[in-house]
Design a protein around this ligand. Structure first.
Ligand code: WTA
Length: 656
């Protein structure tokens, strides 16, 4: 923590938006930003009601705006009715049916474009396919698919019939998939035979087969398989169905299911500080509004834009800024199946050039790895179509910010560093690029109407620059509604009593003299590895389930490219490996084990062995010491409560 505070405090560069950008911006100048903020401050509910009326096509208008009577189970626009898919598709049919909705670029560079008219027809047809399997409003459908036009269709089709989707990232293991199917009690799984990434074919269907065989998935009556690769797949005639067979002959129109604004649109599992991932439940109306206003304000969306968010739909970013926000705005967007480094590290830049991308949104990890693999490569491409750049998922270090700004954006494009979470549904703190100056490493100021603040342990606001816990003081439309099936975990985790009713984000932050927010990192046991959110407890319990392991503790340490690396301290059931070769061998076994249990994204970077872990007399693992050890720091902290100081020496040793 101290080093990150120091590094951000040293950053003094300020970048004013160019006049040309300000002039054309949707929110132009600080006065316009402040006017919105005061509108929200003066009449909070009326402010959001106005935006909800302007942005959303309501089937039945709402009368109540915010219902706080069951706080923290807030309801927004609850007596209004809408359909999210109608707002993303049908709404555009009268005005721009032939506009390209999706430009899909496959791993092998093949491009497929699809108009709003075609997308609408295919979503309707697939919605009819879901109905033919008797999937109904409120049913849960797990989606485990590669980036494709079809995954967007699958999500939109669920929304169309009021089914609640839960997308599971294709990089998660069969066990993770099983846990999510079981927790959501899903009745259907939509998947593909395989996916292509970086020139390689990676099967997906076997993971579904395995997940279903693990138990707890009895509710699944249909597994719909999109044929992407044509590889051989095992077939279970009881429930497996090919996508193309299922839609064959079905009509391309489907009346949307009108749902109340609070009807859950989706559940998205994310890591928290326990061993079990939590199903973040989002609403229909409030969520849609959040994605739309942030497209408008933060991405300064214009109908002429070619928008490209590189996130996979398995993460919230791919929900809000691929599957919903851009479509609700009627945008043309790029979706990409492959990886940024294949066939070489110029892939993103080539695609920006080829598709004339105007707005590019990616993660700091991608930026850092592209700097490392080919920092000069962007110069070989014509990137003059770009007008705005965005960053998401983890703090962006000022060096990466400056490279992104000067080399990719050619010092012309504002950078929007967007702070938000799976739970917030849309951007919370981010620059409105035609209004405020940016500073490398700061996500700047809250969106108008987002009452972000920094508080101390007692929940009192701190106004000096020492920092504290990041909270949002009032409910906002796109916020999480609950954790699926676990209201208590929702209440305790996000609205603990000492926070006096504010939403506790789980990050620490501080504000500078201009009121700008600087995010310092998580305050809980959650890591951000390559922008992916991973709970240390999840990794610990995966390790504990291996027969070699007696005890394990997981911490993060700073990593040049990934942001954070996973470091594991292990006590084996047998004796500690005495020589490097044995240690290395066991390390490999355990790394593979975690990869198999949770997915390759959770594979530990480093494993260290000890006869024990540093513990207090009451048996609590002293994680701050492990963090210091992982970073290779001398232990200068107070270790008077440590029962077994000698253990620190042992755990210093890294096995390569
Ligand atoms: C971190 C991703 C600094 C933060 C949208 C947050 C960030 C967690 C930023 C949520 C940013 C996200 N600057 N940190 N611009 N954006 N984070 O749920 O720790 O995958 O709490 O949502 O990512 O991660 P999640």
């Amino acid at each position: 923590m101290p080093t990150s505070i120091k590094s951000v405090l040293q950053e003094t560069r300020v970048f004013q938006p160019a006049n040309a950008f300000v002039e054309q911006a949707n929110i132009s100048g600080m006065a316009a930003y402040q006017a919105l903020c005061s509108e929200a401050a003066q009449n909070y509910e009326e402010y959001w009601a106005r935006l909800a009326r302007e942005h959303i096509v309501w089937h039945k208008p709402f009368n109540t705006v915010l219902d706080e009577s069951r706080a923290p189970f807030y309801e927004w626009f609850a007596d209004g009715e809408l359909n999210v898919s109608y707002n993303c598709l049908d709404k555009h049919l009268a005005t721009q049916p032939e506009k390209t909705a999706l430009i899909f670029e496959a791993d092998d560079s093949q491009v497929i474009k699809i108009s709003y008219r075609e997308l609408h027809a295919r979503v309707c047809q697939f919605a009819n396919a879901l109905k033919s399997r008797n999937i109904q409003k409120g049913d849960r459908v797990v989606i485990y698919m590669p980036m494709s036009i079809e995954v967007v269709i699958a999500m939109q089709a669920c929304a169309r019939i009021g089914a609640i989707h839960s997308v599971v990232f294709g990089g998660f293991s069969s066990r993770s998939l099983n846990e999510r199917i079981e927790n959501a009690q899903a009745c259907a799984v939509i998947t593909a035979d395989a996916q292509f990434r970086g020139g390689k074919m990676m099967p997906l269907k076997p993971a579904v087969d395995e997940a279903l065989s693990m138990g707890g998935c009895d509710a699944v009556h249909s597994v719909i398989v999109y044929k992407r690769a044509g590889n051989d797949v095992q077939w279970n005639a009881k429930h497996d169905l090919w996508w193309h067979d299922l839609i064959d002959g079905l009509p391309c129109t489907c009346e949307p299911e009108w749902v109340g604004a609070e009807h859950p649109l989706f559940i998205l599992y994310t890591s928290g500080s326990t061993g079990k991932p939590k199903g973040v439940q989002h609403s229909s109306g409030g969520y849609l509004l959040g994605t739309m206003v942030s497209m408008q304000w933060v991405f300064d969306y214009k109908p002429t834009d070619i928008f490209w968010c590189t996130a996979d739909v398995g993460w919230v970013t791919g929900h809000s800024y691929v599957a919903y926000g851009p479509l609700a705005m009627g945008a043309t967007q790029v979706i990409f199946e492959g990886v940024p480094t294949w066939p070489d590290a110029g892939r993103f830049w080539k695609m920006i050039q080829d598709h004339q991308v105007t707005t590019f949104y990616t993660a700091p990890t991608a930026i850092r790895s592209l700097i490392k693999l080919g920092g000069e490569l962007p110069k070989q491409y014509n990137l003059s179509s770009l007008r705005l750049l965005g960053s998401v998922g983890e703090p962006i270090n000022p060096d990466a910010w400056m490279w992104y700004y000067t080399v990719v954006g050619q010092s012309r494009c504002p950078i929007v560093d967007t702070w938000w979470q799976t739970e917030t549904g849309c951007h919370m703190i981010a620059p409105l690029p035609g209004a405020m100056a940016t500073k490398p490493g700061s996500c700047t100021l809250p969106l108008p109407g987002i009452m972000a603040a920094i508080v101390n342990e007692a929940g009192d606001e701190v106004h000096d620059q020492h920092g504290g816990f990041l909270v949002i003081k009032r409910s906002f439309p796109s916020q999480i509604r609950t954790i699926w099936g676990n209201d208590e975990r929702y209440r305790k985790g996000y609205f603990p009593e000492e926070m006096k009713g504010a939403y506790l984000a789980g990050d620490s932050a501080h504000r500078d003299e201009d009121g700008y927010f600087w995010i310092l990192g998580r305050i809980d046991d959650v890591l951000k590895v390559s922008g992916h959110r991973l709970g240390t407890m999840e990794i610990e319990s995966a390790l504990a389930s291996n027969s070699l392991v007696a005890e394990a503790a997981v911490v993060g340490k700073p990593h040049e490219i990934k942001g954070e690396a996973i470091v594991v301290f292990v006590v084996l059931k047998g004796s500690r490996p005495k020589d490097a070769a044995t240690a290395k061998q066991i390390s490999e076994i355990l790394r593979e084990w975690v990869s198999k249990e949770l997915g390759p994204i959770a594979k530990p970077d480093e494993i260290r062995f000890g006869d024990n872990l540093p513990k207090t007399r009451s048996g609590k693992i002293m994680r701050r010491l492990l963090r210091a050890l992982a970073k290779g720091e001398e232990i200068t902290q107070d270790i008077s409560t440590l029962e077994n100081p000698a253990i620190l020496e042992q755990l210093k040793h890294v096995i390569q």
